[in-house]
Write a protein that binds this ligand. Sequence first.
Ligand code: SAH
Ligand code: SF4
Length: 360
Amino acid sequence: MRPHLRDLPIPQLPAALADAGLERPAWWAQTLAVRMHRHGATSWEDLEIGRRTRTLLEARFRFGPLLEHVGERVAEDKTRKDLWRLGSGEIIETVLLRNKVGRTLCLSSQAGCGLGCTFCATGRIGLMRNMTAGEITESIVRTQDVSGHRVSDIVFMGQGEPLQNYDAVMTASGNVNHEHGMCLSRKRITVSTVGLIPQIRRFTEEERIWRLHLSLHSAIQETREQLMPIAKSNPLPELLDAMRAFQQRSGRRWITFQYVAIPGVNMDSAHIDALERELAGINYILNVIPWNETGVGYRAPTWAEVKRFTTALRRLECPVKIRYSGGKQEGMGCGQLSAEQVEVAASGGHLLAPPGIFTS
Ligand code: SAH
Ligand code: SF4
């Protein structure tokens, strides 16, 4: 099958366009990249090119929309979730959150996720397929289009484990960062991983410049295994070694560990002791995410429990942040993505839209 123009890394566009027979391929590469990634072109017509150029391009490449907008929901706090159907029928989500300086888009990298973390709704539906680089970047420009807001930051914290779809996520991030792409600073691109050691090492060796957050959730191996089955084959000591190597090689002063706080599982003093012991010598920020309800037998912490926990964490002498999950009452919070997907499957492919909530 001909490659889709949006799937190509921008640095490879000039050679690909020269091969297709275009004169001035470098100029065309810049023009097409800007139109696709910055202006949000999703059809040949949107690219505004002459007939001869289009004929040459069409002989080698596909172009056109990769996603269909099938639903949107806006929460009381203005967080919005959009549902997108991929060409092969699966539905993925984007969540747009307002922050102090702009708007952060929480992106999916896979339809579903195959890693089955016991506290995560996405993990329950299993992996349907990896998204392509083009689908990922289109989900950004299309969200900008339907919301009327420019995205200032992207985080791979929607459906899926981004490091399991390594190449597509790296290509998409590169195009988002590229001066002829979306031109977003590398500091505004964050990849979150459950902790896949070989891929963290690869990320480090390839000197990838995006932020990398580790979903730690516990510094006790048994608890990690209970929460994340993949922890069995990615044991804590080697995982922390890989993160230390990443910090050293990338020259980052701080790295971020995410910690989903679940009462009765990982908020007691034994877990705080383990953090103190295992993370000694690492300069880290602890990002505490109060667990969001996904109906799987855990209990969401009360605000008082979260405060007690973060107060107890003071003895670690590391910066502690509490993540506010936008729209969690409306099912848009961290780990809640995919609820609709289950409904879609149960209804034989039709989206069951709660009346009055979805508007398209
Ligand atoms: N697969 C990647 C990125 C997607 S999940 C990862 O696991 O890191 C993004 C973040 O949401 C992760 O830190 C994940 O642990 C967290 N998360 C998953 N389910 C959650 C829930 N129910 N409540 C709060 N955070 C959750
Ligand atoms: Fe997948 Fe991340 Fe959810 Fe685990 S927490 S199931 S890795 S999306």
